[in-house]
Design a protein around this ligand. Structure first.
Ligand SMILES: C[S@@+](CC[C@H](N)C(=O)[O-])C[C@H]1O[C@@H](n2cnc3c(N)ncnc32)[C@H](O)[C@@H]1O
Length: 248
């Protein structure tokens, strides 16, 4: 067993090669324009391997990424307009403010306890002036209850490596938490050398009233909530909801 996103980082970009980061960045750009005014200077919470940050920098945003895993952060491409540094979104203090904070691909659902989630959302507020935006997505409780997490197998491959990832959920109904047990089998080419490793990713799911409670106590008001990417109204079939909070 390795720390979350440690060994995983080596295979992260390949595992999510099918994720449409370009469409996601177009969506975030549209949200920032819809809800904000002259938004340019962005703070990213949980910037991972830096793909959103890089693509937003290519749209002329200035992005500062904070990422807990040093190994994930090290993989981020350095380019003008985007920096990535190791840090914890619950407590990092950059001693400056930004036009907006964003956090994508369920980073906020990794903040599983009330204390952790509350610290992260308050820390977003601390890096914004009044009127600043905090945009993030998270696992949505109504969909988790209606659909129930199940065992999933994902296979991805490149010329260098072939990967099979098994995701097994363990449900904690009284904590709004699912622990996803990942087992990753990687076969390197052409040596056929095998590596098998496991990580547990604890994920919290939230309802909108819960988000509102955390948001209000951190000094935000919620000004939007929709299905991530489609913009549809959240419902029992919406696993990933995106909220737009404005600092009061
Ligand atoms: C599913 S990945 C998403 C990465 C990136 N946002 C993306 O869309 O590819 C979740 C990321 O959140 C990071 N993370 C989780 N908790 C964090 C924390 N407290 N502070 C900083 N990063 C955190 C993890 O290390 C991981 O890189």
């Amino acid at each position: 067993m390795t720390p979350v996103f440690d060994t995983y980082s080596a295979y992260y970009d390949l595992l999510y090669r099918d994720k449409d980061y370009v469409a996601e960045v177009a969506y975030i750009d549209e949200l920032l324009n819809r809800y904000g005014k002259d938004v340019n200077d962005l703070l990213e919470f949980g910037s991972g391997t830096g793909i959103h940050g890089k693509l937003l920098a290519m749209k002329n945003y200035k992005v500062t990424g904070i990422e807990l895993s040093q190994k994930m952060s090290d993989r981020a491409e350095k380019l003008e307009g985007f920096t990535s540094q190791q840090g914890d979104i619950r407590r990092v203090k950059l001693e400056r403010t930004f036009d907006a904070v964003y956090s994508l691909f369920h980073v906020m659902s990794y903040q599983t306890s009330n204390a952790d989630f509350s610290s992260a959302i308050s820390n977003a507020a601390a890096h914004l002036l009044s009127g600043g935006l905090f945009v993030f997505d998270f696992w949505y409780s109504p969909a988790v209850y209606a659909q129930k997490p199940e065992v999933r197998v994902k296979r991805m491959g490149s010329e260098q490596v072939s990967i099979t990832r098994v995701a097994e959920p363990e449900i904690y109904p009284n904590e709004n938490r699912i622990d996803v047990h990942y087992t990753v089998f990687a076969e390197e080419m052409p040596s056929q050398r095998h590596q098998v490793f496991s990580e547990v990713h604890p994920m919290r799911h939230f309802s909108l009233p819960e988000i509102d409670l955390f948001a209000e106590s951190a000094g935000f008001e919620r000004i939007g909530a929709e299905e991530f990417l489609s913009g549809e109204e959240p419902g029992e079939d919406t696993w990933g909801v995106c909220v737009i909070l404005r600092k009061s």
